[in-house]
Design a binder for this molecule. Sequence first.
Ligand code: IMP
Ligand code: MG
Length: 203
Amino acid sequence: MKDDFKNQKIEFDYDNILGRILFPSEIIQNKVKELGNRITADYKDRELVIVCILRGAVIFLTDLIRNIRLPFSIDFIGISSYGINQPDSGIVKFTKDLEETIYGKHVLIVEDIIDTGLTISYLIRNLRSREPSSIEVCTLIDREVRRIAELDIRYCAFKIAGKYVVGYGLDYKQKYRNLESIYELKTDAVKKDIEEMKSTLNI
Ligand code: IMP
Ligand code: MG
């Protein structure tokens, strides 16, 4: 495993906003493999449905499922949560529902990042009412310091503290999802956005 990732080149920095690499692709791939092995062991002989939250978790999902050696199905659910450029509401709404029933099945939700936890706890409440046998969460990143909703996260690849991150599915204004590694956003890019937000909100 390479650990000299400070020397890795920054990929496509369209808006000059990428800061340092937090998790390089090799480290991500190793972690994903590890999670795949754990899930394979835990869900043996269970009817598993993997529910991917659109859009950020898609890249993580496609790598993860290729490391799970079991028969299972996948389904997608769309939820709109806040974006750094959409200081709208904290209101969570479904933009796409599951296509299959989860009644009596074991559900594993795959998410890109859990921050306040409001999005995923809303989703869990909704899915529970459909009476699956179990619901667990697998997240690429856990930013626990900002947690509001109480949550039990069974599988987590990485924990981070404050910074906003992009790459490997995670976006900044819908871009940068295609980066192989996970990057911090430069602090001045975040500051600029906060100033813009304040002026649109008139505060
Ligand atoms: P929560 O409801 O506060 O847990 O919000 C989680 C959602 O916010 C995630 O699904 C992401 O879409 C988005 N999000 C939170 N932090 C970041 C980040 O650092 N980069 C990209 N998206 C983020
Ligand atoms: Mg998301």
